[in-house]
Design a protein around this ligand. Sequence first.
Ligand code: GUN
Length: 291
Amino acid sequence: MTLIDGKATATTIKAEIKQEVERIVAAGGKRPHLAAILVGHDGGSETYVANKVRACEECGFRSTLLRFEDDITEAELLGQVDRLNADPDIDGFIVQLPLPRHIAEQHVIEAIDYRKDVDGFHPINVGRMAIGLPAFISATPKGILELLRRYHVQTSGAKCVILGRSNIVGKPMSQLMMQKGVDATVTVCHSRSKTLKEECRAADIIIAAIGQPAFVKADMVKPGAVIIDVGTTRVPDATRKSGFRLQGDVDFQAVAPLASQITPVPGGVGPMTICMLMQNTLAAAKHEYYD
Ligand code: GUN
């Protein structure tokens, strides 16, 4: 079994990004600048945003964090989005999700200028990605694809089962895995799937993104399969100072001995997600996809 080391891969890619940034700056170009909007005080979101700010420093980017209390109105938040859309100094920005219940996430996502939508959540980016046009691609699926490439996983003709149909991971992942050049045969399973176990048992690649701790058990995995674990649920753990640990969607102890390659949690997909956000921000600063 080979461990797919997302942390080390992300470190390598961030160093590559920083090299390119310093080349751009030395040639008189502008340092990429990522902004993030964080609403409220959700523990997970605080951690994600802090990690994004740190990754910006590692890549030689500028970063701006805009924080708002969770009683901000939708209109006020949309005003802040407009401000970032119009700010020529900001190359790309994200609005950290989830948002408080009184704010319609879709209104906010669609208010973001698609040319600055480094999360790849705007319908224009989602649609362009789906038909194979250059676009910002959601960072988690993009990071998984990069791991599969860098670890030489055979995707062409492989049977890939994706667990979960979210807009951020499951759906875009399914489209990326079937695109030309990746060429997997894709099955998407979700909470209503009747044949989920059987599908998993037949899979060469399983990508688990359902947020159910240790859901994928040994009896669902074909020996030699490649296992990608997107889950990061906080489960109580009295032995940790924080009081919790991160648990993936895969029962790692039981499944790892069967797998040919597997991502750990933490240290697998998570670091790659943030690293791909940095790659998208660099692409935005270079106007790689849009003028
Ligand atoms: N919440 C969970 N994942 C993400 C992400 O990739 N981007 C944003 N903006 N919010 C998230």
